[in-house]
Design a protein around this ligand. Structure first.
Ligand SMILES: *Cc1c(COP(=O)(O)O)cnc(C)c1O
Length: 291
């Protein structure tokens, strides 16, 4: 089967706060492109899958945490396109619904201690896969890297002149880097805004993104204490959004993005008439364990 192009609809998000401020919010529903190969992970995988095919590899090997949207996306994509898949998971052996789904899609899982994962994951994976090494195509954690960013940049083809501002959540930053490239490729005046979901990333992201120019802005005040941290306000926000829009925003990424966007609008950050496109990058399955 030919590697498909991710498709995601764009829909208006009707929220009182935005209407009052005269701001239009559009939601790019990357979360709807596939139930398991979700959101930006599908975008980032696309060119790695094409490259693995070109190189005639039969096994995809990759890395991620125990709730990794990327591991699940890789497992499902591998099954769909005729690859075997192997996931190297950070931390002691556990079981949860995300890893069970990975296994359902045929992924073999290996667990690495946190220190091994941080320092030697590639060496350990290489050793583990020695027998089949020539068959293996390695994909970075989260699908980061140049081919991942190339896939993400294609989102811009589908957005182009429909918005003045593009908004998204930032984890590792590879999605944001891909979007910056897409905007530069098209020479668009669109400004990119990001909400880092990790604490203390000011310098790291400045280094990572400044090479793409300065037409971007990060809002570091919406991490809610750090990666995967939540509080009652964020939980109430997820509840309210679900009830009022029929859309789930996961606690780790998308709820923080949306909360930040609406809070900035409330504060009058964007001028009247601004058209904002927010990317919903999926990740909804990951929140099941927190319900
Ligand atoms: C992985 C992920 C992100 C973060 O993407 P990065 O490229 O790591 O910045 C955001 N939202 C969701 C739902 C994700 O799964």
């Amino acid at each position: 089967m030919e590697i498909a192009n991710p498709f995601s609809p764009i829909e208006p998000l009707n929220i009182g706060i935005a209407k009052k401020a005269g701001i239009e919010i559009l939601l790019k529903r990357e979360d709807l492109s596939h139930p398991f190969i979700s959101g930006n992970k599908w975008r980032k995988l696309k060119y790695y899958l094409i490259d693995a095919r070109l190189q005639q590899k039969s096994i995809l090997a990759t890395f991620g945490g125990a709730y990794s949207n990327h591991l699940l996306a890789t497992a499902c994509a591998a099954a769909k396109y005729g690859f075997k898949s192997i996931g190297f998971v950070r931390g002691n052996e556990v079981s949860n619904h995300m890893l069970q789904l990975c296994k359902l899609f045929g992924m073999d899982l290996f667990f690495l201690s946190r220190t091994d994962y941080a320092n030697h994951k590639m060496e350990i994976a290489t050793k583990q896969l020695m027998q089949v090494f020539n068959e293996v195509y390695f994909i970075n954690e989260g699908g980061s890297g140049l081919l991942g960013e190339k896939g993400v940049a294609e989102i811009i083809n589908e957005v182009k002149s429909q918005a003045d501002v593009l908004f998204c959540a930032i984890g590792t930053g590879s999605t944001f880097a891909g979007l910056l490239q897409g905007v530069n490729n098209h020479g668009l005046p669109m400004q990119l805004h990001g909400i880092p979901v990790l604490k203390g990333m000011e310098e790291a992201f400045q280094k990572q993104f400044n090479s793409y120019g300065l037409n971007y802005c990060l809002h570091h005040q919406y991490h809610f204490g750090g990666y995967a941290k939540t509080n009652d306000a964020l939980k109430a926000f997820v509840q309210e959004m679900a009830e009022n829009t029929g859309i789930l925003f996961d606690y780790v990424y998308e709820a923080k993005m949306m909360y930040g966007l609406l809070d900035l609008i409330k504060q009058g950050y964007f001028k009247q008439g601004t058209r904002i496109m927010a990317l919903h990058n999926g990740g909804t399955l990951g929140m099941l364990s927190m319900l």
